[in-house]
Design a protein around this ligand. Structure first.
Ligand SMILES: NC(=O)c1ccc[n+]([C@@H]2O[C@H](COP(=O)([O-])OP(=O)(O)OC[C@H]3O[C@@H](n4cnc5c(N)ncnc54)[C@H](O)[C@@H]3O)[C@@H](O)[C@H]2O)c1
Length: 388
């Protein structure tokens, strides 16, 4: 008999949908003892109609309009935080105190102080937890991790990441309010640094180890925007664009770029790592492809003397590739939503004696430290060290 895992999801927006889909789908593709049950969803009373529609679409058994009441329910095992960043701190701490398992969207918090308090509460409660840096579960990115761990890249010299979008170029886009909270620092914590670069940093540290210090520049191209809630024109306090240099503990150098002003780019996230023995390149606009340059033959340890040496485009859809044996037949691709399902499958496996789940809130605290160091550096125009 499967063990029921009763889930309460807070937030019925973009992430509420991707997570609901993952809870419904995971058991269809991965054999797990736990069977997630969509027990309750929660949003503010102002969103009553939207929440009712959401509950019907995904099949939630009940609705709540106050997250405190949801947390008091004894029939909920896991709380899933899919709300704007400003709410993560209070919700995660309260969920930990209530002894619930926790799934929290990224970035973990508004700042390091909040993130430290969250980690302390979660670790004191000893509850299973996951932060939704879902890109680790793109099969091609997981394969990159495997290739690096196998030593095929060798000593790394360079890591470069971009995460670019273009949806805030118009000065007419207001800030704040339900759909536009990402432009309001009081709700988002920061702009592209916490929203987009947090993903790039999580992936980079997973693949290439900890970042030790950074120097950054940020820009806010449009200085004032109308606030959607007050109707007043107010200063914009988020970073619209951010570039930073990083030094990794392994001695390699990194460059990171993110902007919401890259005309033509919608969710363009890339990384490249160049090592002594090989190199890897990934582009989220071509998500099932991992590019690999083999310089040294891993079997002999010798340089490949071959007139066909060059970048290989590996179509990461075979059964031997990460996660793919759970999906369709080789050559058939999977997409964005599957990263959340793959992550949930790993989380459930960790509850059932499988490998420990990462990233946890503690892992996400380090990402938060890098984000805060980046913002601090941009303010001060100086290198900033990141505590381990
Ligand atoms: N992992 C990813 O790739 C990814 C992608 C997008 C967003 N996110 C993160 O997910 C979180 C939510 O983002 P989103 O895009 O789903 O936002 P969204 O604006 O689409 O949805 C947010 C939802 O929060 C809910 N909400 C707001 N205040 C609430 C309250 N007081 N109580 C209960 N519910 C409340 C509303 O129901 C709203 O629908 C953010 O932390 C964001 O950074 C992660």
């Amino acid at each position: 008999m499967p063990k029921k895992l009763n889930v309460g999801v807070i937030g019925c927006g973009f992430m509420g949908r991707t997570h609901s889909n993952a809870y419904l789908q995971v058991g269809h593709f991965f054999e797990r003892e736990h069977k997630p049950v969509l027990k309750a969803c929660c949003a503010r009373i102002e969103e009553k109609e939207k929440l009712e529609k959401f509950a019907n679409t995904w099949g939630y058994e009940s609705l709540e309009f106050d997250w405190k009441e949801l947390l008091e329910r004894s029939d909920i095992d896991l709380i899933d935080v899919c709300v704007p960043n400003v709410l993560h701190h209070d919700l995660v701490i309260a969920a930990a105190k209530a002894g619930k398992m926790i799934v929290c969207e990224k970035p973990l918090a508004m700042n390091v102080r909040e993130a430290e308090e969250m980690v302390a509460a979660v670790e004191q409660a000893g509850v299973a937890n996951m932060v939704s840096f879902n890109y680790r579960r793109v099969p091609a990115i997981s394969l990159a991790k495997q290739v690096i761990d196998e030593g095929r890249v060798g000593r790394p010299f360079h890591y470069r990441a971009t995460y670019n979008q273009d949806y805030t170029i118009s000065a007419d886009v207001p800030q704040g309010g339900m759909a536009l909270w990402r432009l309001d620092a009081k709700v988002a914590g920061s702009g592209v640094t916490g929203d987009l670069l947090a993903h790039s940093i999580d992936t980079a540290e997973w693949l290439n180890g900890p970042i030790q210090k950074v120097v950054a520049h940020t820009e806010t191209f449009i200085k004032e925007r109308k606030h959607a809630e007050t109707g007043k024109v107010e200063p914009v306090t988020i970073d619209d664009a951010c570039m930073f240099l990083a030094l990794f503990a392994n001695g390699s150098m990194g460059t990171f770029e993110s902007t919401r002003y890259a005309r033509g780019r919608k969710n363009y996230s890339t990384f490249e790592i160049n090592g002594e023995n090989g190199a890897l390149m990934f582009d989220l606009e071509d998500p099932h492809i991992l590019q690999y340059f083999k310089y040294v033959d891993p079997a002999t340890g010798k340089k490949i003397e071959d007139h066909l040496t060059g970048w290989q485009r590996i179509n990461v859809t075979n059964f031997e590739h990460p996660y793919m044996k759970h999906w369709w037949v080789p050559g058939c691709t999977i997409g964005y939503e599957h990263t959340f399902i793959n992550g949930l499958a790993d989380f459930l496996a960790s509850l059932e004696g499988g490998p420990a789940f990462h990233p946890t809130v503690r892992d996400a605290l380090h990402t938060q430290r890098v984000c805060e160091a980046v913002l601090d550096s941009a303010k001060r125009g100086a290198w900033v060290e990141i505590p381990v």
